[in-house]
Design a binder for this molecule. Structure first.
Ligand SMILES: [Zn+2]
Length: 89
């Protein structure tokens, strides 16, 4: 599941969910929503463009991405989700 692709809405990041966790820009998988949100805030602090819908979408999916005590899920039906946000200024 992709939250945002490189270049989409001016994005400098590419964030997607896998069965190992959330991945940004091909880096290591992060196993919590909070870790990814912190990571994205770091990008924003560095002046990178993270479209404004990305963090709310990650937080909205927290329970389905990381069910308490459950297996990580990367639902095939969500692979096509396209996050449309306001382009970064
Ligand atoms: Zn990143």
């Amino acid at each position: 599941m992709s939250y945002v692709r490189m270049g989409e809405d001016g994005s400098d990041v590419y964030v997607y969910m896998t069965t190992a966790g959330l991945i940004c820009c091909g880096g290591r998988a992060m196993t919590s929503t909070a870790a990814m949100v912190d990571h994205l805030r770091g990008h924003i602090a560095d002046g990178d463009c993270v479209p404004p819908d990305v963090i709310p979408a990650l937080e909205a999916d927290d329970e389905s991405n990381f069910p308490p005590g459950g297996e990580l899920t990367a639902k095939p039906e969500l692979l096509a989700i396209h996050i449309t946000g306001e382009p970064c200024a």
